[in-house]
Design a protein around this ligand. Sequence first.
Ligand SMILES: [Zn+2]
Length: 541
Amino acid sequence: MRPAHQERPARPLLIIGWDGATPELVEPWMADGTLPNLAQLAKRGAYSPLRSLVHPLSPAAWTSAFTGLNPGRHGIWDFGQIQPGTYEVAHTDASMRHGATLWDVAEECGLRSVVMNVPLSHPAPKPTRGVFVPGLGATELEGACWPRDLAGLIKTEAPGYAIDVNSYDHADPAGFLTALHDMVDSRSLVAEALLRRERPDLFVCTFVATDRVQHAFWQQSALPTGDGTRLGWRFANAVKDTYVRLDAALGRLIQTAGPDATVLVVSDHGFGDLQGDIYLNSVLEEMGLLDVWRPDEAPSGLLKALTRRLVDKLPPALQPGRAAPQEHQPRFGDIRWEGTQAFARGLFGQIWLNLRGREPLGQVEPGPEQDAILSAITTRLLALRTPDGRDPLIDAVFRGGELYEGPLQDEAPDLVVVPRDFRWMTRSGREIGARGQLFGPAAVGHTGNHRMNGVLVAGGPGVKPSDELPLQRLLDVTPTALALLGIEVPRKLDGKPMADLLGCDVGWTDELPWRAPPAPNRDTDPERLAAQLEGLGYLSR
Ligand SMILES: [Zn+2]
């Protein structure tokens, strides 16, 4: 990897992440003066929606944004990942990532970087010049920052600094918002201090507050005066106020960086409403493809079948598993693998076969049987309707191999299910045991959910001003950033430099940057991480 021979690289380059920032809100709020700093940046540069990847989930999406690779090459799919050859699910972190990040490459080319709060960037290898502050995936700053003593300095500078917020507390929505705003303010304070002190060539900072507030308050923000409820009226501006705070922080960072800085604001996905959760495991159970041990059922095969037949004769309300989801006893670990051919686990709709030779107790023969079951599930899913019966519930079902390519594409789910307009989501197998029940309330009270299109706003010396930038791709952020920094762009990246955006030449290389993955993360308390992910609605146990 070499610096390209570029006369005047766009340094410093600032990449500010607004997790989940969505065109539906950003466009009108840039136009009406709600977000003056973002609008100003777009005015001297360009704006366009930014297409995420299926599924538009932060671990995979931010990793693609900062490696230029699709998940078939970087190997990060979801918050929890089934470990190959087992039924164990491990919390995802950067030690599972293949491929080099933008800041790894910048470092290799002798540039200084400051990287703050990028989800799933922890643990990071020790940079020789740069500064690293972890994001979601770390529970503590101590032992996770580079240099190591930075955690103490951050705590002194911003005593309330938080990597993320705790879960949305229904009993105290105002307290949740206060914690959220404190998180933005302390992050912004530390970001400005590091930018001023370190004077890096590359500065990356992700703010997750937009995602968290939209999950919790999308419904209340749906109308100018809220959704018509008391809560809606009180919190009608919760989402807007958070964007305004981020815009003010952006203004201060642009000011601190000075007029020579090139600035990109990017989001990993957009946002919209969430209707509720859908229980794909119920569909599989109904098709006879999934078998679950229940505490009320005898483990012997015959007795079990008899019990099930008796249970099925009970009125629905008395049947086990028909109660509210939180009362379901069975969990992912209660699947009876010897009787299971397919199972769903993950956010947004991921289905795996229990394949012979791949899973330890595989039941499906690879080849025609595998193909027939995948086709049968696809047909069944595409026939599902929304609760009012008006629309199809599922927009598309892909085979994993259709969407991803690279040496890790076999780790993709066998089926990738796209719920209608992402207005429904699955929840990491939380519903296992909800026999016969397809719909449920959204976990942890969310009313907002991700969408495919996020946003891109760019301005500064390296950006070609444009009023009508066409739709850009999240996958192209890293190649574009490399070109802006004056670093040769590897031809083998899945992403390409954004030709319509760049006001500089692009140098190319056939080398593909690679960096050994960091050692597995042993500093993070797995219980605390699980609690955090569960609170955010990303994981169930
Ligand atoms: Zn989210």
